[in-house]
Ligand binder design. Sequence first.
Ligand code: NAD
Ligand code: IPM
Ligand code: MN
Length: 350
Amino acid sequence: MTTLLLLPGDGIGPEVTAQAARIAKALTPDITLDERDFGGISFDRHGAPITDEAVAAAIAADAVLMGAVGGPKWAGVARQSRPEAGLLRLRKEMQVFANLRPALCFDALADASSLKRELVAGLDIMIVRELTGGVYFGEPRGIETLPDGQRRGFDTQVYTTSEIERVSRVAFELARGRRNKVHSAEKSNVMESGLLWREVVTDLHKREYADVQLEHILADNAAMQLVRAPTQFDVLLTDNLFGDILSDAAAQLTGSLGMLPSAALGEAGRPGLYEPIHGSAPDIAGQGVANPLAAILSFEMALRWSLNRPAEADRLYRAVETALANGARTRDLGGQLSTVEMGDAVLAAL
Ligand code: NAD
Ligand code: IPM
Ligand code: MN
């Protein structure tokens, strides 16, 4: 039995996940769908943003598809009980250290990008974001009060050789199946962890991946290059924090943040965690207008990377392409369709 665990979450999370679930039922009826509370709703019902039982269910599933978590309702909750803390715990416990965030511009959407069509046509970037280390998890962290009464907030950016090496390996392997080019982005000019990052990537490249073209790029320049000439990138390898920021920027190149899926992967044989890169979008939650394509394409990635259903993944990908080519557009893409109607359009194309 193959199980896909759904963690719809908060805000637009349940709205977009419902569309992915409809498609899963139609396309792969043999896959069992299970579901747990996650994020703010889990905090409200169970007192924690994710329960031990839900973590265990995620680890036991073949793949996990989440919507989004968080929102203003939980802004005042203690850090460790916030929805976002639940997401970090889930990523850590699932050991999904490599986050694949493909920024792909569908032909039909080249005019929906905030950049000119000629800059984004054919865009196909694979961002590989380190996901279980760096400043998101580094200790010590906290807010303390100094003797003079000021407060001091601090975080720790930290990476070990093996953490850098395993995610870099994923980037190099992916590049070999694509256009064979990796840009590694860090701030080795100011950060020690950035310097180590550059050294480890360079060593691994020399030892095992000399056939892949490697370029080191400072993360600020990478941000600029992404909006200047984005098609120069093939695989963009970077750390947890820079990857978070660069992937939001890359998303908008494709037309909307509501388009970008992601796959978080660990060692072979472990379940992957699939999630749109967007958040719970409190500004439009409850209106039924969110774009479900990032969620639907996250399911497509689950079919490909965890569930071993490449043919169904191809079919779903083509259905999304067809729906867009036929003019299906939610509001963020300049159209009028509701979330459910976009789901209808993809199902019709399937
Ligand atoms: P956001 O991604 O939720 O929204 C940013 C903007 O993009 C908003 O204007 C929103 O309406 C729009 N948008 C996002 N997804 C869309 C979609 N599918 N269709 C149409 N428009 C869409 O980011 P934010 O507002 O900074 O964060 C809101 C909350 O979500 C915060 O609590 C944040 O921590 C959380 N968050 C969660 C995740 C996650 O669960 N993976 C990711 C990012 C942010
Ligand atoms: C993302 C989100 C998360 C992150 C938050 C909600 C913890 O922004 O997945 O991009 O920063 O990783
Ligand atoms: Mn983010």
